[in-house]
Design a protein around this ligand. Structure first.
Ligand code: ACM
Ligand code: ZN
Length: 559
């Protein structure tokens, strides 16, 4: 029986690999697929687009048509004729038609592939972009390269697909502070997020080890806070390489990334982590701290004791000026203000902080210290300020400590309890517990055979098993708006390693974000990854882990 099953699995995976990929290998698995007989030839086809399409979709169709033309050696055309909906009713109508259908839910799409034509319907930009990602996933994997192969069958199978995401927020995070990523690296990161239908990029731009965004009003933040004079080596806290390291994004580069993400249907959420994780800013402007320094951009990983001083009004002027520039650069509705891991020792000993606590009448209680309530005061002021700029805040789950004002969104990272508490209290929440969503953790059981990583283990099976709504009463579930994976970069110092840590675990998160539980199945997913997505990723030029096949990757990254 075992051997029989094995040969079925082998047959399925071979049939996925040969020629057209079919529907079996699509990740995230579509909500509903009905297979039919036959296939549609894409080489040389005519794309006929509703003139009402979003300009981003129009551009994406042009790019897709060009990609197919190159791969198949047969030129595809793109046109925007009027009266498409009526024309489709004619049986002789041929080609790929993209039609706006406002009855479909956000980010959803309908795809009908017949032998003579393909009909794509969606109500918004992302719906169409995702339909094209799905078509790409059904084509031979060579579509992900820029190569031509006219011997391949450039076909997709006849089928009907109705597809909708489970969660509206499907995020992926990147820490650019501990290690700095070039704009080209960030774009490649966004590309792979888009391939797997993610829509939110959480850009961690500031931390103790480096400030990475140019702020015109405070130029030293980037020029001084963007560079450190050394970095600890490996896991050894007592070591230092004594090499200058750093970098930052100019505002022009920030706009370039925001625009690029937008073209892929991804919103960028910048994080300015406050009031802790601010040592790089303190190094640039020591008057921001309780003691006045001296401070130095940190060489070590962990949580620095030195934090912003809320006891001085000048700190709020600074924060509001920084956040004004940030709000102007990022058109999305959210700004992430961090809030995690803010040690309170300095505040306890700071006359300014203690005076503010007294003036505000803040009192500690059985649940929280007066300093925790002081952090709530900082959070509330930033929230109010940003609300005046039309922005909502997201904060790590520590923002629940003390008081939290209505309208904040909580990012649950210390397990799922923060998300559950938030939902129960009527706040929106995003689940990214380190137990399932921290992709900086080692992915192989034998850490010695893997590249150096944060000292925890998170195999892809565990990522895949995550149920974000477990333990949330059904009437509260609407507050869990989504799921995110986080990529902290302490131990990730080159782009190949970044991709290795991301892939293929990103695909597991993508299914957690997209698929209802009934459509998730570990064996199907594993087959899709090994039998199809690995060659997709390889052709698209990504480095990925093969631990899922028992192949460890440590030697790939030996110095
Ligand atoms: C976090 O991992 N400190 C949010
Ligand atoms: Zn202070």
């Amino acid at each position: 029986m075992k051997r029989f099953l094995l040969s079925i699995i082998t047959f399925v995976s071979l049939s996925i690999v040969a020629g057209a990929s079919g529907t079996e290998g699509i990740v995230p698995a579509p909500s509903k697929i009905e297979q039919a007989k036959g296939h549609f030839r894409v080489g040389g086809t005519a794309f006929k687009c509703d003139p009402a399409l979003d300009p981003r979709v129009k551009k994406a169709v042009q790019q897709f048509a060009l990609q197919i033309s190159i791969a198949s050696g047969k030129t595809c055309s793109v046109s925007f004729p009027l009266g498409l909906a009526a024309a489709c009713n004619n049986e002789n109508f041929k080609g790929v038609v993209l039609l706006v259908d406002n009855t479909l839910p956000a980010e959803s799409y309908f795809l009908k592939v017949e032998t003579g034509r393909v009909i794509v319907k969606a109500s918004d930009c992302n719906g169409f972009l995702y339909a094209m990602q799905t078509i790409r996933q059904m084509l031979p994997d060579l579509i992900y390269t820029r190569k031509q192969d006219d011997n391949l069958k450039w076909v997709i199978p006849c089928c009907t697909i109705e597809d909708s995401p489970r969660f509206s927020y499907r995020g992926c995070h990147l820490d650019c502070s501990r290690h700095f990523w070039e704009v080209s690296d960030v774009k490649k990161y966004l590309d792979v997020m888009a391939m797997f239908k993610m829509n939110s990029f959480h850009w961690h731009l500031t931390d103790d080890q480096g400030w990475r965004i140019e702020i015109k009003a405070y130029p030293l933040l980037a020029q001084k806070g963007g560079f450190r004079s050394g970095t600890m080596i490996g896991h050894d806290e007592n070591s230092d390489d004594n090499e200058r390291y750093g970098g930052y994004y100019t505002q022009e580069q920030i706009k370039e990334v925001v625009d690029y993400a937008w073209s892929l249907g991804i919103t960028v959420i910048p994080e300015i982590d406050l009031p802790g994780h601010m040592l790089a800013a303190l190094s640039a402007y020591p008057w921001l701290g309780c003691t006045g320094g001296p401070y130095e951009v940190w060489h070590k990983w962990g949580v620095a004791e030195q934090v912003l001083c809320p006891g001085k009004e000048s700190t709020f002027t600074f924060l509001e000026t920084v956040l004004s520039e940030v709000a102007d650069l990022f058109p999305g509705e959210y700004i992430h203000i961090g809030g995690d891991e803010c040690p309170k020792n300095e505040w306890k000993n700071c006359p300014d902080c203690q005076a503010l606590i007294a003036n505000l009448g803040i009192k500690g209680d059985a649940h929280f210290s007066s300093e925790q309530y002081l952090q709530s005061y900082v959070t509330a002021r930033m929230q109010k300020f940003l609300s005046g700029k039309g922005k909502k805040i997201i904060g790590w789950d520590e923002i629940l400590e003390g008081n939290l004002e209505a309208g904040a969104t909580v990012m649950s990272w210390r397990g799922t309890a923060g998300g559950q508490e938030a939902a129960t209290k009527g706040f929106d929440a995003i689940m990214c517990p380190s137990s399932h969503c921290y992709l900086n953790f080692c992915q192989g059981e034998d850490a010695d055979a893997e590249p150096i990583a944060f000292n925890s283990y998170l195999p892809i099976e565990t990522v895949y098993s995550f149920d974000p709504l477990e333990g949330i009463p059904s009437e509260m579930q609407k507050h869990i708006i989504g799921v995110q994976c986080n990529m902290w970069s302490e131990y990730i110092d080159n782009s190949k390693l970044l991709e290795y840590m991301l892939l293929p675990r990103l695909l597991a998160i993508a299914e957690v974000q997209w698929c209802i539980p009934e459509n998730r199945n570990w064996e199907r997913f594993r087959q899709a990854v090994v039998g199809h997505e690995f060659s997709v990723l390889r052709n698209a030029g990504y480095t990925y882990s093969r631990v899922i096949e028992g192949i460890y990757g440590g030697q790939l990254f030996e110095q």
